[in-house]
Design a protein around this ligand. Structure first.
Ligand code: F0G
Length: 458
């Protein structure tokens, strides 16, 4: 007998209570948080979909591994285990641990970029963009055109625009030290990138003598989409697919808080000896000695085990299916989302859902506040608050106005998702009553994390 229900491929050994609040309490909590969900105490959130980063549940294997953590300053056993786990998947020569992804980005860009340089990417994540701009270089997003159409259902909307990549490299010869592809394309809807696209981008870069790096945060989810959607990969294991993805790159930055299945950690991995040397020197200055890079020995153990578990087929099937499950309910009930659902998150298309709120009144931010107010759900705006401010201080609407609901790994069950769907459908039924928001005060860089906001007309 072949049963069709895809189950959570684990049982639960430890539970963490979550707390209901009343709507009146949430109204007050929002006021106190300056209408910024980043500023809410987490215990006042019922279902927390702010991020899938560092919020996952570790396995018994990972917790057991942590007891083996070797806390030696130099040459710890845990480092070699970590290094072997990363090398098995990526094949890169130099493996540099960092405390999280953005530290790898800062070290790489700090060792490579000069003012006026350009970094092409399918879509930069916010910290990646900020780290490029911090070097007075330009972070240029060149996703395929279909990526900007949320409603279109295509298998690989995360792809980079190869013609635009070619053009950028020929027009600015000498000014592009590296090009990147982010798998999956987080800011572009969690959409996967095909193997063919990675391979072709790598060829373009090689031809121009430009380094090609992967932002590999969600490499395992990307590998699963390649397996299930790209011709010729159905019989390959996720590990083999991941190995092939990395084989086309000169290096990667990685946040182990995503597909490393750990609560903290990351790495930079690369082949170039001289560049690795510069990166390691910078690492010592700000993160730590190259065999721990700002992490405890037990963190390195947790990541080593996590990198193995994340490539299990039953895990990846459950992971991608549980996100698609929410996407299917919303689609069936007319809530506009980025199609098809991504690997780690469902993104509501707030521009389409709330046509009465213009970009200048931040529709996705307004919607994320409504989801918290009505149902205690925390999501995140990926729209004009996050990306609207330009390096010269001007404002430009973001490519899309999205509300991302990111699923922590192995944390919520199907009934949590059913509740979530109920809340979203309710908010959709009262959408005409939602108001836009304005920025009361905000810092110049990465303003979404700490901006104080207000409802319009309040
Ligand atoms: N690159 C991508 C594609 C990311 O999604 C993130 C983090 C980073 C780099 C930076 O890694 O957080 O370990 O420093 N994304 C999280 C998110 C924060 O919510 O999407 P980090």
């Amino acid at each position: 007998m072949h049963f069709k229900t895809i189950i959570e491929p684990f049982r639960i050994k430890t539970v963490e209570p979550i707390r209901q609040t009343t709507r009146a309490e949430r109204e007050q909590l929002l006021r106190e948080a300056g209408y910024n969900l980043f500023l809410l105490p987490a215990e006042d959130v019922l279902i927390d979909l702010l991020t899938d980063s560092g919020t996952g549940a570790m396995s018994s294997g990972q917790w057991a591994g942590m007891m083996l953590g070797d806390e030696s300053y130099a040459g710890a056993k845990s480092f070699y285990k970590f290094e072997a786990a990363v090398r098995r998947i990526t094949g890169f020569k130099h493996i540099v641990p960092t405390h999280q992804g953005r530290a790898a980005e800062r070290i790489l860009f700090g060792s490579l970029l000069k003012p006026g340089d350009i970094v092409p990417n399918n879509t930069h994540f916010d910290t990646t963009r900020a780290n490029v701009e911090y070097r007075h270089a330009e972070a240029r997003d060149i996703p395929v055109a279909e990526a900007r159409d949320p409603a279109r259902v295509l298998p690989f909307k995360g792809n980079i625009d190869l013609a635009a990549l070619e053009q950028t490299l020929s027009d600015h010869a000498g000014r592009v030290p590296l090009a990147m592809i982010t798998v999956t394309n987080n800011s572009g809807g969690g959409q996967p990138v095909s193997m063919a696209n990675i391979r072709a981008a790598s060829e373009v870069c090689r031809r121009h003598g430009v380094l090609f790096f992967l932002d590999a945060c969600r490499f395992a989810e990307n590998a699963w989409f390649i397996k299930t959607r790209e011709e010729g990969y159905a019989d390959r294991t996720p590990l083999e697919i991941a190995q092939e993805m990395f084989s086309y790159a000169d290096g990667c930055t990685m946040s182990a808080k995503k597909d490393g299945m750990a609560n903290i950690g990351g790495f930079l991995a690369l082949n170039d000896d001289a560049l690795a040397e510069r990166c390691k020197n910078m690492l010592i200055l700000t993160e730590g000695f190259p065999t721990y890079g700002g992490l405890a020995g037990y963190d390195l153990e947790a990541i080593a085990v996590g990198l193995e578990e994340v490539l299990h087929e039953d895990y990846l099937q459950y992971r991608v299916r549980s996100v698609a499950y929410l996407g299917d309910i919303l689609t069936a009930n007319g809530v506009p989302i980025v199609q098809p659902p991504g690997g780690h998150a469902v993104y509501i298309d707030a521009r389409t859902m709330l046509p009465h709120i213009p970009a200048s009144q931040y529709p996705a931010w307004a919607l994320s506040l409504a989801l918290y107010l009505e149902g205690g759900i925390r999501s995140v705006e990926i729209g004009s608050v996050m990306f609207g401010r330009q390096p010269d201080g001007s404002e430009k609407p973001a490519a899309m106005e999205l509300v991302r609901m990111a699923f922590p790994r192995r944390v919520y069950t199907q009934s949590h998702v059913d509740y979530l769907a109920e809340v979203i459908l309710y908010v959709n039924s009262i959408k005409d009553s939602l108001r836009g928001v304005r920025i009361v005060s905000a810092p110049e860089v990465l303003r979404h994390f700490s901006a104080r906001m207000a409802w319009l007309g309040a």
